[in-house]
Structure formats: structure tokens, C-alpha cells
Design a protein around this ligand. Structure first.
Ligand SMILES: O=C(O)C(=O)C[C@]1(C(=O)O)C=C[C@@H](O)C=C1
Length: 93
């Protein structure tokens, strides 16, 4: 096998690895989006119940717990992710 042929095989393998991994990423992203949509719906149940009983939409101490949970698990970007999830779930404050 010549060097050029070896490189061709290697390039094909690389494309297969990348293509397969990207399919898995796309499938994971679909599941993550589904989970985010589910989170938004469950959060609405909590907010609606609180508002119906005379409370407010926003519960800051609970938000601090959620942000801490994400930042403990994922570091500083976890904070941004938690804040994005909260904004998606209760709108902008
Ligand atoms: O856990 C609550 O009390 C909620 O209302 C849910 C939720 C959330 O999406 O996590 C939404 C708004 C509140 O400010 C805090 C948290």
C-alpha cells in the first residue's frame, strides 16, 4: 500500500469517526432540547401554583440553589447555563 493510499484510508476512518460522533451529538442535542422543554413545562406548574395562591412568579432563594447545583457540577459555565434555563422557564426578570 502506498503512502497516498494509507492516507486515504486514514482520512476515511477519520470522516467515519467524526460522522458517527456528530450523529450521536445531534441525538443528544435532541434529547437535551426535549428535557429543556419538559423543564419549562414543569416549572410553569410550580409558578402557576404559586401565583394562584397569591405568590410571585420568581423565587430567588430557589434560583440560587439551582445556580449552585449547576455551577458545582459544571463550573462557571454552569452558572450561565442555569441562568439561561431559568430565563427560558420563567422569562426575563
Ligand atoms: O422552583 C420554583 O419555585 C419555581 O418556580 C421553578 C423555577 C425554575 O424554573 O427552576 C422558576 C422560577 C423561580 O424563580 C424558581 C425556580
Amino acid at each position: 500500500m502506498t503512502t497516498t493510499q494509507q492516507n486515504t484510508v486514514t482520512d476515511t476512518d477519520t470522516e467515519t469517526v467524526i460522522g458517527d460522533a456528530r450523529e450521536r451529538i445531534d441525538a443528544l442535542d435532541d434529547r437535551i432540547i426535549g428535557l429543556v422543554q419538559e423543564r419549562i413545562a414543569v416549572s410553569a406548574v410550580v409558578q402557576d401554583a404559586r401565583i394562584a395562591s397569591g405568590g410571585r412568579r420568581v423565587h430567588l432563594s430557589r434560583e440560587m440553589e439551582i445556580i449552585a447545583h449547576y455551577s458545582d457540577a459544571l463550573g462557571k459555565p454552569g452558572t450561565a447555563l442555569a441562568m439561561t434555563l431559568l430565563e427560558l422557564s420563567r422569562g426575563r426578570v
